[in-house]
Design a protein around this ligand. Structure first.
Ligand code: P1T
Length: 392
């Protein structure tokens, strides 16, 4: 497997960018959690960089600087959740604008577009962005935003980000946003591929410890930054200083965690691919994946989240998931602990059933988030789960 070579310096940035002790009076090495909601002004309107904690907070600043640096971006912003970040992007649009959305995205993102954006007069076309010809035909003069996940949730489709960005920018004033939650800044940096916005559910790998809900956006364009910074405050979708402290701390070990997620997940995926009771494994590092070549070309590696089809249907999938002892049956992904879930009933239940059917989100599709436990223990757990499913 030959993913793109990771340039040096990522971990140094994760540990030092935005963290300079000299920015604090005490010169503390670890950034403090700044809980004050308001800041003293020297004269009305004369402040020292902070007025009110929704519009700016020292702990949040530290995290936003660090996040931006990991994507080699000029600017970073954080939000109260991943969907909060998506909401900020949506509120840049006006009634009458049109969005092109990847057809396979997180169920909550799908619901936000179908059930909220549509009420505000924003229309959307859902397309398989891995099919470039289909994608091109969806562009119209009202298209202002393209939102793709690569890889997608939960079918793990990989989109050629560079080509999509080129098509959109040639077409007109279209903002290209890539949800980079599954790969993180460590394994994929969409700004380098021509995207305008990189969006995250920081709840997942970037925090990595399953104890914070938060979103983030990085970008290079000053105009987009000013709009989103305004909306972060005006709409009020901000994270707490304590949560910012936690995510900032987690970024220090991001590269180490991602490398271990990667190696554990590849071992697990290979095991599943060789198992009689598994129909098909969807993991971009496997040569059997239809987008294997593009994954190798545009990413620096692969994380711990992937999906597979078990043989049988709902009964077998349910028996398998109930039998697992180390993998926990739960939504979400990207933490140090391994999780397993059934998208059709859990994370993607809000996607209309006919769409789920045509996409392939069946009751036999299981999504795994491979954690940092010992790989032998994970494989043994899956083995006994598959045995129970086969007996069901
Ligand atoms: O949960 P929140 O922090 O609001 O993030 C939403 C979100 C955005 N983008 C992607 C790719 C996601 O996977 C998510 C959240 N996803 C899950 C909770 C899940 O289990 O898939």
């Amino acid at each position: 497997m030959n993913f793109k070579a990771q340039p040096k310096g990522f971990s140094t940035k994760a540990i030092h960018a935005g963290q300079d002790p000299d920015q604090w009076k005490s010169a503390c090495v670890i950034p403090p959690i700044s809980l004050s909601t308001t800041f003293k002004q020297d004269a009305p309107g004369e402040h020292r960089g902070f007025e009110y904690s929704r519009s700016g907070n020292p702990t949040r600043n530290v995290l936003e600087t660090c996040l931006a640096s990991l994507d080699n971006a000029k600017y970073g912003l954080t939000f109260s959740s991943g969907l909060g970040a998506t909401t900020a992007v949506l509120t840049m649009l006006n009634s009458g604008d049109h969005i092109i959305m990847g057809d396979d995205v997180y169920g909550g993102t799908n619901r936000l577009i179908r059930q909220v954006a549509s009420r505000l007069g924003i229309s959307a076309t859902f397309v398989d962005a891995t099919n470039l010809e289909n994608f091109k035909t969806a562009l119209r003069s009202e298209t202002k935003l393209v939102w793709i996940e690569s890889p997608t949730n939960p079918l793990i489709k990989v989109t050629d980000i560079k080509t999509i960005a080129e098509i959109c920018h040639k077409f007109g004033d279209v903002t290209v946003a890539v949800d980079n939650t599954f790969l993180t800044s460590y394994f994929q940096r969409p700004l380098e591929l021509g995207a305008d916005l990189v969006c995250y559910s920081l709840t997942k790998y970037m925090n990595g410890h399953t104890d914070v809900v938060m979103g983030g956006i990085t970008m290079n364009c000053e105009k987009l930054y000013s709009k989103l910074k305004f909306l972060q405050n005006a709409v009020g979708i901000v994270p707490s200083p304590f949560d910012c402290y936690q995510v900032n701390r987690s970024l220090k070990t991001l590269s180490l965690r991602m490398l271990q997620h990667q190696s554990n997940a590849i071992l697990v995926a290979k095991f599943l691919e060789s198992h009689d009771f598994v129909e098909k494994v969807l993991h971009p590092a496997l040569p059997s994946h239809p987008h294997h070549e593009i994954a190798l070309k545009q990413t620096y590696g692969y994380s711990g989240v992937f999906s597979f089809y078990i043989k049988g249907g709902l009964k077998q999938a349910t028996e398998f998931l109930k039998a697992l002892k180390i993998f926990t049956l739960a939504e979400s992904l990207g933490g140090y602990e391994s999780l397993a879930e059934l998208p059709s009933i859990m994370t993607h239940a809000s996607v209309p059933i006919e769409d789920r059917k045509s996409l392939g989100i069946t009751d036999a599709l299981i999504r795994l988030s491979v954690g940092l436990e010992d790989s032998e223990d994970l494989i043994n757990d899956l083995k006994q789960g598959l045995r129970k499913a086969a007996e069901a």
